[in-house]
Design a protein around this ligand. Structure first.
Ligand SMILES: [Zn+2]
Length: 96
């Protein structure tokens, strides 16, 4: 039983030293995680007012069929390529 406690103590010290060594990374991960949480909260809030926000955004041109779609509804590929629907994106992907 005493050996077990010593092993546990060694493991605890190792974990503590590792946490101390990587405290900056752990802090960065924590910040990233909390940022992710706030984005998720924002998304949940914007989903309630989806009809007011997303569908009245600037219009973008579908790269496949040329239809104009609100930016919020279009599927974005990269920074400047938009598709009106998943079907158009699939057609464009299989055509290449
Ligand atoms: Zn299209």
């Amino acid at each position: 039983m005493r050996e077990f406690l010593i092993i546990l103590l060694v493991i605890a010290v190792l974990v503590g030293l590792t946490a101390f060594r990587y405290r900056k990374q752990i802090f960065a991960i924590y910040q990233f995680w909390s940022a992710l949480r706030s984005i998720q909260a924002k998304n949940a809030r914007s989903q309630m007012s989806e009809h007011a926000g997303d569908e009245t955004g600037p219009l973008v041109n579908c790269a496949k069929c040329g239809a104009w779609t609100a930016e919020g509804k279009a599927i974005r590929l990269g920074t400047r390529t938009f598709y009106c629907s998943a079907a158009c994106m699939e057609k464009a992907a299989t055509a290449v």
